[in-house]
Design a protein around this ligand. Sequence first.
Ligand SMILES: Cc1cc2nc3c(=O)[nH]c(=O)nc-3n(C[C@H](O)[C@H](O)[C@H](O)COP(=O)(O)OP(=O)(O)OC[C@H]3O[C@@H](n4cnc5c(N)ncnc54)[C@H](O)[C@@H]3O)c2cc1C
Length: 448
Amino acid sequence: MSADGAAVRHRVVVVGGGFGGLFAARRLRRTAVDVTLVDRSANHVFQPMLYQFATGVVPAATIAPPHRSIFRRIKNVRVLLAEVVGFDLDRREVRARAPDGGELTLPYDSVIVAAGFRTSYFGHDEFAPYAPGMKTIDEAATVGRRIFGAFEVAETCENPEERRAWLTFAIVGAGPTGVELAGQVRQAAAHTLRREFRTIDPSSARVLLFDGGEKPLATFGDHLSERATRELEKMGVELHMGCLATAIDDQGLDVRTADGTVTRHEARTVVWTAGVSASPLGRMLAAASGAPADRAGRVEVLPDCTLPGHPEVFVIGDLMSLNHLPGVAEVAMQSGLHAARTIRYRLERRETKPFHYVDMGSMAYIGRRHAVVDFRGLKLSGFLGWLMWLAIHLTFLTGFMNRFTALFNWLTALTGTRRVRVFDVSNVTPAPGADVAHRAATTRPRSL
Ligand SMILES: Cc1cc2nc3c(=O)[nH]c(=O)nc-3n(C[C@H](O)[C@H](O)[C@H](O)COP(=O)(O)OP(=O)(O)OC[C@H]3O[C@@H](n4cnc5c(N)ncnc54)[C@H](O)[C@@H]3O)c2cc1C
């Protein structure tokens, strides 16, 4: 009972409203608990479609609905915009910073931490200004401005070499994000922009895809990886496998092959899809509970996704390390549902179970009406793969209107239409200010 005589309900704090946090909080709607979902972003980002936002297919609103709107009808969930900065596991409190900088303390009976991953340059943070990542809406917006901005700069270039460099796009990392982005840039160049420019030929744009491994989509298995390779090559993407980026600047990048040879590529647009590491909250929880953290900063959890000695603390999704499960949306969603179910079962004094992951497979959209899909052992590619990709993405997008808008945009993109392009002269170049001034100083006056 509280001081005013009202029954105090079990308090659940959910840290992060990505796939894991969203599924956990929604599943708790019919449980007698009070949920506080705290996220430093006002929006739930559907990360697998960030590349579609970056390449002008879908608007940000379609893939990033506000948390408040998602939970508007779920009365036992309160949404807070704040950045979590620490935990007091003994006092059962989450510490957060409010948008105005003020400190917040959020007491809990159970906490579900789903703070996910962030872009990592593997110790090369100096790459960041020149090679944005693809983890947040802001990063994807930057990538989109640079890609479409590069065509604009090329349109005003007289020097053929300079123009060529602006029409060369380097993507580092040939996992699903890199592969999907590479396909979309080629598609935008060859089908959308081809009709829109008068001086340059956008369809001549080169897209170079680099990866330290032997093949793209290596985790998808040989069959789908080979199909993806063939499809990418057909679309004109140049694959540079077995290549590690060793330097990136505003003019291009250096890559090193296994035999030590370093090659320079002039590419004014470079995108980093090669690495991610866990939110720093992972190491904080590991240190506070004595649980080990792996190299990526993920916390090793017990089979029920809780911390040793703290059954009330769940770590789920990308932030948890358990049985080598991959950092994919399905793991996050299922572990979120598991945490919510465990909390409910405990309140109902029912027996709880360890987390059991059901692998639904993986997929990647390569280009026009082509996707590779491994769905519960069923391997599809080409048009059938695309239909399956479409159905699965429509199922998991949040909100009816977003599904409708996405479908409309996907179908119009098939005709080459990409209307989601918003930028101006101030944000098309790699580094703000200094580099623009540098280029202005080194570029001859031109008469167009
Ligand atoms: C570009 C891209 C493409 C992908 N494609 C696929 C795909 O095709 N298929 C697939 O299965 N998976 C894909 N993934 C992986 C998938 O998106 C992740 O596995 C999934 O989002 C993990 O869910 P999560 O809830 O653990 O973390 P996230 O979805 O990353 O959510 C973490 C949330 O925590 C919030 N947060 C972080 N730190 C704090 C803090 N200190 N305080 C408050 N809030 C915080 C963030 O704002 C975010 O909302 C992709 C990922 C990316 C980036």
